[in-house]
Design a protein around this ligand. Structure first.
Ligand SMILES: CC(C)(COP(=O)(O)OP(=O)(O)OC[C@H]1O[C@@H](n2cnc3c(N)ncnc32)[C@H](O)[C@@H]1OP(=O)(O)O)[C@@H](O)C(=O)NCCC(=O)NCCS
Length: 197
């Protein structure tokens, strides 16, 4: 993927340039730091281990790993990995997980820019559906909608009070309603600890 450069307001009246590109192996340490900063001490170890596992997991491929850079500083990272829909469906689908923005750069549009760049790239690659388990106050602004009522079960049951956190976005017309089933993630993301509250 070619680098994408976009202007993002970092503070009122101030502009910084945000560059989004595919990550490389040499970004790995900085990617770990971004996740540790974003998720904090309580979750850092688990999320950093998940990112490392996903980047090595053959069952997660094809994957899309994008970073956001402001100057020389890596400020955000997003990962989309392959999922299947069971029983076997002829569909190309991904799941967004995880997404992190350094704690001192949050609320400046970095997360949104990574989501939009990722969805655009996946649509260009012919992907049909993208899933996410995340904040129902955040992801709908990027086009995600509750997935359960559309016939897509998560790999593990989602308690009814969190049903809206399990979301999907079609990247092609005519996919919703034609396809339904249970989403099966990569080996790394199928571990039950990633699906509890
Ligand atoms: C969630 C996260 C990725 C958002 O990235 P960001 O760059 O801070 O977000 P953006 O600048 O694109 O968007 C800011 C908006 O998102 C909202 N937002 C941020 N975190 C949110 C959350 N957890 N729930 C609901 N809304 C949230 C903000 O309130 C703000 O809303 P506004 O535009 O109406 O003021 C980032 O805050 C983060 O890394 N958080 C910790 C890790 C995490 O929770 N990752 C997501 C796992 S699903």
């Amino acid at each position: 993927m070619p680098s994408r450069v976009m202007g993002v307001a970092s503070k009122p009246g101030e502009k910084c340039v945000l560059q989004i590109r595919c990550s490389t192996e040499s970004d790995r340490t900085a990617i770990r730091s971004v996740h540790a900063s974003a998720f904090g001490p309580g979750q850092a170890r688990e999320i950093v281990a998940l990112v490392d596992a996903l980047l090595e997991d053959q069952t997660a491929r094809p994957l899309l790993s994008l970073i956001a850079e402001s100057g020389r500083e890596l400020t955000g990272h997003i990962l989309f990995t392959a999922v299947e829909i069971q029983p076997d469906q002829n569909v190309s689908a991904r799941i967004l997980a995880p997404l992190a923005v350094s704690s001192d750069c949050q609320g400046e549009g970095v997360g949104g820019a990574l989501i939009k760049a990722g969805l655009e790239q996946l649509a260009e690659s012919g992907v049909d559906l993208v899933f996410v388990l995340g904040h129902p106050g955040y992801y709908p602004r990027f086009g995600f909608q509750p997935a359960g009522v559309l016939g897509f079960e998560a790999p593990y049951p989602i308690p009814p009070e969190h049903a809206e956190a399990w979301m999907v976005q079609p990247l092609k017309a005519g996919v919703i309603g034609r396809i339904e089933g249970t989403v099966q993630c990569s080996d790394a993301l199928s571990q039950p600890q990633h699906w509890r509250e």
